[in-house]
Design a protein around this ligand. Structure first.
Ligand code: BES
Ligand code: MN
Ligand code: ZN
Length: 507
């Protein structure tokens, strides 16, 4: 589908011609405030009448749809979206309201909508114009996205997509702020949509080769350097752990390196690493059939890394950033790695593969070891790594671990700002013995207790002294129950977190 068009206009909401004008309303406000008061007045007090009756109160995500009489205002419809109590208003609530409006537009088969941003001044203690504009543009871009390319019937053609949104600014100064926010927000959210598309594509389409081709396209379009290692190249490089996972599959593995040089020459880079298992059957330690089809999204970390590199380059952020993606299928076959096998790794450590379904940490081990060659300032990996993370945190928090408290804090705050929240888990020494091996240097599973932490510990052994943070996105990359600005399925997490973290390091 085509990208959402975004316009910024300095215009009064009452006078702006649009099929759907969107206002936000705080719970407990007796009357629409600011410029919304003018809309209400021109509607003959229609909004305040409903508020008086209590039929609409402005509770979070609540809606009120009104149809102006001829000539009252320029808009054909007015949608008032509740955003809860003023003192609880956050950028996440704003994103939700924008999502609610886009879903309403879809239902009404309306292709364009305009957001009155008139509430912004009443909130300046919470959120300035820039951040309000940013959240609006991001949420609208994410909300409008859909993937129907693999459908051929009525489903594909009958749905109406939202094609354009307008942010209404009060004056030219505010218009400029919204413009700056839109320039950043649209790039970040479109990148996240690319990640969602890659996640959604099935394993027979989004193969390691496809991910590599995507990286090559991003590199060509945005001037990055790309290097792709095939099976022979991975072998020559000594990535024995990645190779061990790939040995069971007919599908060619790839190790993808994207390099963006926006910083000074020779300035050590930030490295982003994403797990790129394009289908995880579990291998010989095979998974149950039920919901195995979802394991096409085991490359969500990879999708976010590729998408973030694209956005970072488009935004010309003044940093050197490297994206690394170890990518393969995890399949059972006569050539597959077996439980009990001892394999090597790029770092030289030997690994006892107790469970072939703990493949993500194997491919990441080699990527982390590879990353150390850059002597990076910091590295952050994202991986749909453990089912245990879904048990621990459910679908609302990314599991966050690492070897550097300051970095963990930076990443957590970046996630908080963009609504991709992380929660820390402890990599205490006491957990380390769970992955001691009797035959090799380390084993790839630590049993049921604290499965997310022992996976983190495994990675830590390969990160060495480089400041490193690990994001377990098993519960957040793919969701059934999503905020209104997303759709059931691929979330693109943590694309915007990555971009925001890099931005925060350099601005
Ligand atoms: N890709 C899975 C983890 C996963 C599970 C992601 C559910 C998303 C939803 C990973 O490769 C895996 O299979 N992990 C095993 C590790 C275990 C064998 C130690 C798991 O979590 O069961
Ligand atoms: Mn697995
Ligand atoms: Zn996996």
């Amino acid at each position: 589908m085509a990208e959402l068009r975004i316009a910024i206009e300095a215009a009064a909401p009452s006078d702006y011609r649009t099929p759907l004008l969107v206002l936000q309303h705080f719970q407990r406000d007796q009357q629409p405030g600011g410029l919304a008061a003018d809309v209400d007045r021109r509607l003959g007090g229609a909004i305040s009448r409903v508020l008086e009756r209590g039929d609409f109160q402005g509770k979070k995500d609540e809606t009120l749809l009104l149809y102006p009489a001829d000539g009252q205002i320029a808009a054909e419809r007015v949608l008032v979206v509740g955003v809860g109590k003023r003192e609880e208003y956050t950028s996440e609530q704003l994103r939700r309201a924008v999502g609610v409006a886009v879903r309403q537009a879809e239902k009404l088969r309306v292709r364009e909508l305009a957001f009155s941003m008139a509430h912004v001044d009443r909130l300046s203690e919470h959120m300035g114009a820039y951040h309000a504009g940013l959240a609006t543009v991001e949420a609208a871009t994410l909300a409008a996205w859909d993937y129907r390319e693999l459908k051929t019937g009525a489903d594909a053609t009958e749905r109406v997509d939202v094609e354009a949104v307008t942010l209404l600014a009060r004056d030219t100064e505010e218009r400029a702020e919204f413009g700056r926010a839109a320039a950043y927000g649209a790039v970040a959210a479109r990148a996240e949509n690319l990640a969602r598309e890659l996640q959604t594509l099935p394993g027979n389409i989004a193969t390691p080769t496809h991910l590599a081709a995507t990286a090559e396209r991003i590199a060509a379009e945005h001037g990055l350097r790309v290097t792709v290692l095939d099976r022979a190249g991975i072998e020559r490089a000594g990535m024995k752990a990645l190779l061990a996972v790939a040995q069971g599959s007919q599908e060619e593995p790839r190790f993808i390196i994207l390099e963006y040089n926006g910083g000074a020459d020779g300035d050590p880079p930030l490295v982003l690493i994403g797990k790129g298992i394009t289908f995880d059957t579990g291998g010989i330690s095979i998974k149950p059939a039920e919901r195995m089809e979802e394991m096409k999204y085991d490359m969500s970390g990879a999708a976010a890394v590729l998408a973030a590199l694209k956005a970072i380059a488009e935004l010309r952020l003044p940093a050197n950033v490297v994206g690394l993606v170890p990518s393969t299928e995890n399949m059972p076959s006569g050539t597959a790695v077996k439980p009990g096998d001892v394999i090597g790794s790029l770092l030289g450590k030997t690994i006892e593969v107790v469970n072939t379904d703990a493949e993500g940490r194997l491919v990441l081990a080699d990527a982390l070891a590879y990353a150390r060659r850059y002597n990076p300032r910091a590295m952050v990996d994202a991986a749909t790594l453990t089912g245990a993370c879904v048990i621990a945190l459910g679908h609302h928090a990314i599991g966050l671990m690492g070897n550097d408290g300051d970095l963990i804090d930076e990443v957590r705050k970046a996630g908080q700002r963009v609504g991709e929240r992380c929660w820390p888990l402890p990599l205490w020494d006491e957990y380390r013995p769970q992955i001691d091996s009797a035959v090799a240097d380390i084993k790839n599973t630590g049993g049921r207790p604290a499965g997310t932490i022992t996976a983190g510990w495994f990675l830590k052994e390969f990160a060495g002294d480089i400041p490193w943070a690990h994001l377990d996105i098993a519960g957040t990359a793919w969701r059934e129950d999503v905020p209104p600005y997303l759709r059931k399925g691929a979330t693109g997490v943590p694309t915007r977190l990555f971009i925001e973290w890099v931005r925060s390091r350099v601005e």
